[in-house]
Design a protein around this ligand. Structure first.
Ligand SMILES: [Ca+2]
Length: 91
């Protein structure tokens, strides 16, 4: 019952907003264009952030791979092997 009241209240506000030209709905899909723009912005922001996170994660993965490789050297050093250092670039 409360939800029904709240729902109709919001609907009336929505209709009033259209009436008072506070909101626009150029494409007539009953979704205020301001809301569509906002959703679009949020979506874009979300995608950008996801891509950034993905990139960071791949950096971390790369770093971890390096750590794994290096820690092998640590065990070898502990066993008495000489330090190999970094591979020289053959450029
Ligand atoms: Ca619309």
């Amino acid at each position: 019952m409360v939800y029904l009241l709240l729902g109709s209240f919001l609907f009336i506000i929505l209709l009033l907003s259209y009436k008072l030209n506070k909101l626009t709905d150029i494409d007539n899909d009953f979704i205020p264009d301001e809301l569509e723009d906002l959703a679009e912005e949020i979506k874009k922001e979300f995608i950008e952030r996801s891509e950034a996170v993905e990139k960071e994660l791949s950096d971390v993965k790369e770093a971890l791979k390096n750590v794994k490789k290096q820690s092998g050297d640590v065990f070898e050093a502990a066993a008495g092997a000489k330090r190999k250092g970094r591979k020289k670039n053959s450029k």
